[in-house]
Design a protein around this ligand. Structure first.
Ligand SMILES: C[S@@+](CC[C@H](N)C(=O)[O-])C[C@H]1O[C@@H](n2cnc3c(N)ncnc32)[C@H](O)[C@@H]1O
Length: 259
């Protein structure tokens, strides 16, 4: 039996997908590693505007769940944190390791599933995900896992697609970006698969997310719905700057573990 057969079905599929597409993310990984100021999401909104990160990072243990090329961890390491990255794709981690060597910035990187990590209970102060576990892992598995990993008072911060984005984007990329019509139900939204793609994503409604977070001991500090800047452009086909000016194509959850 190979290692993939022991993975849950969606994790094995996403591993194959990310290993096959990792080459496409090398150039953006290189660009983001070279930046000092973090910028977030597809619109590249600067940290100075979004205030996504905790004020104090010096000496704090951070886990990046679905780190990809690990540029978020690099930004945090430069701000004094002690990051650890976990990702499901060996190919993505290959790029991350090469960029670590190039920038002389080493921190641990693990190959694994962010829904079931090998780390001890209460071993991190911050858990973060930008389009990693936030959209590729089942929230009913990865949010409890993040709660287990965090110390009391620890922060869980994650950025992914907005709910309206997921309800208005056509099934096929060839049918264009998100529309001004609701194309699918909100009730029951959870697992998403696309006819022209082999990957599996997860997106749940705001009400379900609040109940899930509270049920796992988190309080919600903020839900930031990101608006595309006036001069925004994007190479992603699933949304457009015009749409992103009117509706939140992305959102950030900032939460704290209170029990
Ligand atoms: C879009 S990248 C996120 C990294 C980076 N912030 C970015 O936006 O490029 C998505 C990453 O999630 C990883 N991923 C998917 N499923 C995962 C899982 N179950 N556990 C850990 N990582 C996972 C993929 O391998 C991929 O590297």
């Amino acid at each position: 039996m190979n290692a993939d057969e022991r993975l849950p079905e969606h994790v094995a599929r996403n591993r194959a997908h990310w290993d096959a597409t990792a080459d496409k993310w090398v150039a953006s990984g290189e660009r983001f590693w070279a930046q000092d100021e973090p910028t977030w999401g597809i619109w590249g909104v600067p940290e100075s505007e979004l205030h996504l990160l905790p004020d104090e990072l010096e000496g704090r243990d951070v886990i990046e769940l679905g780190c990809g090329t690990a540029y978020v961890s690099a930004w945090l390491a430069r701000r004094g944190a002690r990051p650890v990255g976990i990702d499901n794709s060996a190919k993505q981690l290959e790029t991350a390791r090469r960029l670590q060597a190039q920038h002389r910035l080493e921190f641990p990187l693990h190959l694994g599933n962010a829904e079931a990590t090998p780390f001890p209970d209460a071993s991190f102060d911050v858990a973060i995900s930008e389009y990693g576990a936030a959209i590729w892992c089942d929230p009913y598995l990865w949010v409890p896992e993040a709660a287990r990993l965090l110390r009391p008072g620890g922060e869980l911060i994650f950025l992914g697609n907005g709910v309206l984005q997921m309800l208005t984007v056509p099934d096929l990329l060839t049918d264009g970006p998100s529309t001004d019509r609701l194309l699918r139900d909100q009730f029951g939204m959870h697992r998403f698969e696309w006819p022209d793609d082999d990957s599996v994503e997860f997106h749940i409604s705001h009400g379900d997310m609040i109940r899930l977070l509270r049920g796992n001991g988190f309080e919600v500090i903020d839900l930031i719905e990101i608006q595309a800047p006036a001069d925004a452009t994007t190479s992603f086909e699933y949304t457009s700057p015009e749409w992103g000016r009117r509706w939140p194509s992305e959102e950030v959850w900032k939460t704290r573990k209170v029990r």
